[in-house]
Write a protein that binds this ligand. Structure first.
Ligand SMILES: Nc1ncnc2c1ncn2[C@@H]1O[C@H](COP(=O)(O)OP(=O)(O)OP(=O)(O)O)[C@@H](O)[C@H]1O
Ligand SMILES: [Mg+2]
Length: 466
C-alpha cells in the first residue's frame, strides 16, 4: 500500500489531506515541521511526500533537498501559498515532482497523488539527478502566477543541468529575452557568458561572421581574425533573437552547427567545437514560415528540442497585479519615485485593455505615468493613452456596447436620408432586408426617433416628421 508523508504546520491542512487520502486507500503519516519531517522520512521511508514550503523551523526547499539527498527518486509534491519564480525554479531544480498552490484544490491534489502512485510502479532507477550545492544567481525577476508562467518556471528548473536547445515563441514584449536570461542564470553554466544576438539587426553578409567569426582576409575589410559570438559564449548561452529573420544560407550553417557542434570561422578551415547552449526566440510563428518556405523544417526541429510558448498578456490577466507591483517597484527605484498605490479606475482600465505590446507596453505606460505623477497614487490623468484623454474622446467607462452603437448608427443614417431606405442602405452598406430587420429589431419608427440628429442632416429633415 502506498505510504504518504505529509509535512505541513497547519493542523487543518494535515487533517483534511489525511482524510481525503485515507479515503482513497493510501496510508498517511504526518509531521508538523521540517526537522520532524526529515526524521519521519528516515524512519518510515514513505513512498511519496507532500511538503509545505513554509515551515516554522526551516524552509521547505531545504527539507526537499535533504529528503532528496537520502532518496533521489522520491516524489515530492510541494505546496505553497507563493507564486514567485525563485521558489518554483528551486523546487524544480531540486526535482520536486509537482507544485501545488494554496488554497489547495482537492481534485488537483488527488490527481497528482494518483499520478505519482502510478509512476511508483514504473522504473525509478532511470532518473539521474545531480543536486546543486550553491544557490543560483539571481536573474532579472520574472513575475506571474498564471499557469503558463508557472509552467515556464518549471521548465527553467528542469533544464538547468542540460544544454538542450530552447525555442521561445511569443508576441513582442511578452518576456522572451527575460526568460532566456533566466534559463542561463539558473543553469549550471551561469558563470559563463550569456550572449544575445539580434539576427534581424545585422545584415545577412555580416551575420555569419558575427556568429562564427572570420579569419584574416576572409573578405574585403577582414583585416584581422575575429572571434564570433558562439566562440565567445564558450560554455555559456547564446540567444539568437528574431531567429525567423535569418536567411536560408545562414539557416544551413546553423543547422550544421547544431548537428555537429562544430563550426569553421568564415574563410577558415579549422574545425572549432563548441558546447554552447542555443536559445532562439521569435515573435513569428516558425511553423507558418515553414509553410511559406521561409524557414527550414529540419532546423526548426533542431531548435525546438525544448519549446516555450509565452502567451500574450491579454490571455493571462491574472499576472497583471503581480506585474504592476513588480514594475512599479522597478520604476520607483530607477526614477527615485515613491508610487505606492494605483486608483481603482486605473486598475480596471489596465485589466480591461488588450495590451498588444504586452509587458513592454505596460512597463512603458507605467514609466510615463510614474514620471508624470507627483504623489504616491497613480491616477487616471497619468494614463492619457489608456483613457484616451489626449483627443478628448470616450473613456473606457463611457464606451457603449456594439449593439447600442449599431442602433445609433442606423438611426443616424435614417435621419440623414429622411427615411429614404434605399439611400440609408447605401450609406450603411447593407441590403434592404437587413435594414428592415434592424428597424424591426430596434423598434425604430420615423416619428419616435430621439432628437439626436447629426448637424448636417438638420436642414434636410422635414420638421413635421417629428
Ligand atoms: N513576467 C515578467 N515579469 C517581469 N517583467 C517582465 C515579464 N515579462 C516581461 N517583462 C519585462 O517586459 C519587458 C519586455 O520583455 P522582453 O524584452 O524579454 O520581451 P521580448 O518578448 O523579448 O520582446 P521582443 O519580441 O519585442 O524582443 C522587459 O523590460 C522585461 O523585463
Ligand atoms: Mg526580445
Amino acid at each position: 500500500m502506498t505510504k504518504i508523508l505529509i509535512v505541513d504546520d497547519e493542523q487543518l491542512i494535515r487533517e483534511t489531506l489525511t482524510m481525503i487520502l485515507i479515503e482513497k486507500g493510501y496510508t498517511v503519516i504526518t509531521a508538523e515541521d521540517g526537522t520532524t519531517g526529515i526524521e519521519t522520512f528516515q524512519n518510515e521511508r514513505p513512498d511519496m511526500v507532500i511538503l509545505d514550503i513554509r515551515l516554522p523551523d526551516m524552509n521547505g526547499l531545504d527539507v526537499l533537498k535533504q529528503i532528496k539527498e537520502q532518496d533521489r527518486d522520491i516524489s515530492v509534491i510541494m505546496i505553497t501559498a507563493y507564486h514567485d519564480m525563485e521558489t518554483t525554479i528551486q523546487a524544480m531544480r531540486f526535482q520536486a515532482y509537482e507544485y501545488i498552490h494554496k488554497p489547495i484544490d482537492a481534485y488537483e491534489l488527488e490527481a497528482t497523488v494518483d499520478r505519482v502512485a502510478e509512476n511508483l510502479r514504473a522504473d525509478r532507477r532511470s532518473k539521474t539527478i545531480i543536486l546543486p550545492d550553491n544557490p543560483p544567481y539571481k536573474p532579472d525577476k520574472i513575475v506571474g502566477k498564471s499557469r503558463a508562467i508557472q509552467e515556464i518556471f518549471k521548465i527553467i528548473g528542469l533544464i538547468s543541468e542540460n544544454k538542450a536547445p530552447v525555442l521561445i515563441q511569443g508576441e513582442s514584449g511578452t518576456g522572451k529575452e527575460l526568460i532566456a536570461k533566466a534559463i542561463h542564470y539558473n543553469s549550471v553554466n551561469r558563470s559563463e557568458p550569456f550572449i544575445p544576438i539580434n539576427c534581424s539587426a545585422i545584415v545577412e553578409s555580416l551575420l555569419e561572421s558575427e556568429l562564427f567569426g572570420h579569419e584574416k582576409g576572409a573578405f574585403t575589410g577582414a583585416t584581422q581574425r575575429k572571434i564570433g559570438k558562439i566562440e565567445h559564449a564558450g560554455n555559456g548561452t547564446i540567444l539568437l533573437d528574431e531567429i525567423g529573420e535569418i536567411s536560408p544560407a545562414i539557416q544551413v550553417k546553423l543547422l550544421r552547427f547544431l548537428q555537429e557542434k562544430e563550426f569553421e570561422r568564415v574563410g577558415g578551415v579549422e574545425r572549432i567545437s563548441s558546447n554552447v547552449r542555443v536559445i532562439s526566440a521569435t515573435n513569428k510563428r516558425l511553423s507558418e514560415l515553414i509553410q511559406q518556405d521561409h524557414f527550414r523544417k529540419d532546423l526548426y526541429y533542431r531548435l525546438k528540442v525544448i519549446e516555450i510558448n509565452v502567451p500574450p498578456l491579454r490571455d493571462r490577466k491574472e499576472d497583471i497585479p503581480l506585474l504592476l507591483e513588480h514594475l512599479i517597484n522597478k520604476i520607483n527605484a530607477e526614477l527615485q519615485k515613491n508610487v505606492t498605490r494605483i486608483s481603482n479606475q486605473v486598475m480596471d482600465a489596465i485589466l480591461g485593455y488588450h495590451w498588444p505590446g504586452n509587458i513592454r507596453e505596460l512597463e512603458n505606460m507605467l514609466t510615463r505615468a510614474v514620471v508624470h505623477s507627483s504623489g504616491t497614487v497613480l491616477q487616471r490623468d497619468s494614463f492619457p493613452d489608456l483613457f484616451n484623454l489626449k483627443n478628448g474622446s470616450e473613456t473606457p467607462d463611457k464606451i457603449i456596447s456594439l449593439t447600442q452603437l449599431e442602433k445609433e448608427h442606423v438611426i443616424k443614417a435614417l435621419q440623414h436620408t429622411n427615411w429614404n431606405k434605399g439611400d440609408a442602405c447605401k450609406l450603411l452598406g447593407i441590403s434592404r432586408p437587413t435594414l428592415r430587420d434592424k428597424i424591426k429589431k430596434y423598434d425604430l419608427k420615423k416619428n419616435n426617433l430621439p432628437v439626436c440628429r447629426p448637424k448636417a442632416s438638420r436642414l434636410d429633415v422635414d420638421p413635421s416628421a417629428f
